[in-house]
Design a protein around this ligand. Structure first.
Ligand code: ADP
Ligand code: MG
Length: 493
């Protein structure tokens, strides 16, 4: 009896060390694949749990981290495990409250499972090495001239096409344009700090923010950080997880101009709002410029903390209205001219009449026409326009619903409709589900969280991952691309 027990224990412990060894190798490979920053932010927070049958459990200290790791690295973790250790076929990511406590108290010692089962394995031993690598990276970044525009690890690079010169001004956007120009010429001047730009999707908010940033940078030594509110949140939470909160705060508070795009994303995210509020105050008090965009005015952004709302409304609030026919024509003329391909005025008028939603779609339609004309070597005509844009224009007339998408996709792949919202993760079900999420994002105007809810209450990061994954796969796999295009075609007609 006793002997059997000790044999069991010996077996368990050799199995354990094999698992640990596999896990360390997987971590090493992931570090090579994702880079030090991402690694330190996400992968390093994972602790190894027990193997049950062919399923290995990995723990993360918080739901947010678990969801993010699952969406971004779930599949990769699974395939790495399968390669490393054939005994492992599935990876289960769980939240472990003990790991959470450990992270909060700074105690990174390995966690024992309840009842003395397989030991969790902390990989904190790697932390110092990573920190050193990160320091090296930052030292390089600090000396590189291009880095005075944005901190690589903090902000997102600016899009060089989004200049003031490329922005077409008309009645709906002239006020926002003028405010943006004013802030670019005289940042942090009284009455213009913060600059709050708002308006519907695809109307030029991001374009104007980048234009401000590009102009400021072109004039010299000024540090500009641009990021979406979503990115701000991820970075903020990641900094708490990796205990580099001070560093994050200092980096943010050291910029001359901070731009946060799509602030509506912070609705309901209270601790992130709080952090943003403090950053905001620190920067404004220090005479730095803040620029924020959102889909609604400060007073209409319900779910924002009152004191933040008040401060956001204190500077200049400028809205971008829906486009008018005249503005759409001017934009089309400018873009057609820039393309170098002649487009008859009749065609531009036709487009301006048909596509009224936003500039992004207008631009997309024109680009498609021009690409088609270049490809077949024939000039753009009204007939070719109607033909090339048939699908797109039809989609404008018809509203596709997520239910329809789920039904069609399930039918096409011969799976049950309920599997669109089930928890099953077998490839045969998961892939069609991802395709349906992808199509929902492409063909409807639903937000990521709304789509997630329709697919069995999944998190928006899961949807985001699905969209990215399918776009990627469509490039690599012509068969899959064809299926998706076929489905899109069926749904749109
Ligand atoms: P938003 O951030 O408001 O959703 P974007 O700034 O991303 O919109 O604009 C969507 C697309 O339309 C971009 O490619 C942008 O360059 C273009 N665009 C929007 N407004 C204009 C404009 N007034 N002139 C030229 N291009 C524009
Ligand atoms: Mg935008």
């Amino acid at each position: 009896m006793e002997k059997a027990q000790s044999q069991d224990a010996a077996m368990a412990s050799s199995e354990n060390s094999a698992l640990k060894a596999s896990w360390l190798r997987i971590c090493d490979r992931l570090k090579g694949e994702v880079g030090d920053v991402e690694y330190r932010m996400w992968i390093q927070r994972i602790t190894l749990g027990p193997l049950d049958d062919d399923e290995i459990t990995l723990y993360l200290p918080e739901r947010f981290l678990r969801d993010w790791v699952r969406a971004q690295y779930g599949q990769r973790l699974q395939s790495l495990w399968r390669e490393e250790n054939p005994a492992v076929q599935h990876v289960e990511l769980r939240i472990d409250k003990k790991a959470q406590r450990a992270a909060k108290t700074g105690d990174d010692a390995p966690q024992a499972e309840e009842g003395g089962g397989a030991a969790n394995l902390s990989i904190s031993a790697m932390a110092n090495e990573d920190a050193a690598a990160l320091d090296r990276e930052e030292a390089v970044a600090a000396t590189s001239p291009s880095m005075n525009e944005v901190r690589n690890d903090l902000a997102v690079p600016l899009d060089r096409r989004f200049t003031f010169d490329n922005f077409v001004v008309g009645k709906p956007n002239e006020f926002a344009y003028a405010c943006a120009g004013r802030v670019a010429d005289h940042p942090a001047s009284p009455g213009f700090n913060p600059l709050f730009l708002y308006g519907g999707v695809g109307l030029g908010k991001t374009h104007l923010m980048h234009a401000i940033g590009l102009k400021l940078i072109s004039r010299g030594n000024i540090s500009v950080a641009y990021m979406s509110a979503e990115k701000f949140m991820y970075r903020f939470i990641a900094s708490m997880q990796s205990k580099s909160q001070m560093e994050f705060k200092e980096q943010l508070r050291s910029v001359d101009v901070l731009m946060i795009d799509d602030l509506q994303f912070l609705i309901g995210k209270n601790s992130t709002q709080e952090e943003f509020f403090h950053t905001f105050n620190a920067l404004v008090d220090a005479g730095r410029q803040i620029i924020v965009s959102a889909d609604k005015s400060p007073s209409d952004l319900s779910g924002l903390e009152d004191r933040l709302r008040t401060r956001l409304g204190c500077g200049m609030v400028a809205d971008i209205h829906a486009t008018t026919f005249e503005l759409r024509i001017s934009i089309l003329e400018a873009k057609a001219k820039a393309s170098g391909t002649p487009v008859p005025p009749k065609v531009l008028e036709y487009l301006a009449h048909k596509i009224t939603t936003n500039v992004r779609e207008l631009e997309g339609a024109l680009n498609r026409l021009i690409a088609h004309a270049d490809l077949v070597g024939r000039p753009v005509t009204l007939e070719s326009t109607q033909d090339v844009l048939k699908d797109m224009l039809k989609a404008h007339e018809r509203r596709v619903t997520i239910d329809e998408i789920q039904r069609k996709v399930a039918e096409h792949f011969n799976i049950r409709l309920t599997d669109m919202s089930s928890a099953r993760r077998a490839r045969a079900v998961a892939r069609p589900r991802q395709i349906a999420m992808y199509l929902a994002k492409q063909l409807t105007s639903r937000s990521l969280p709304e789509i997630g809810r329709k697919f069995g209450n999944r998190d928006h990061t899961t949807v985001m991952h699905a969209v990215n994954r399918i776009s990627e796969l469509m490039e690599q796999d012509p068969g899959l691309a064809e299926s998706v295009e076929l489905l899109r075609h069926m749904l749109e007609s």
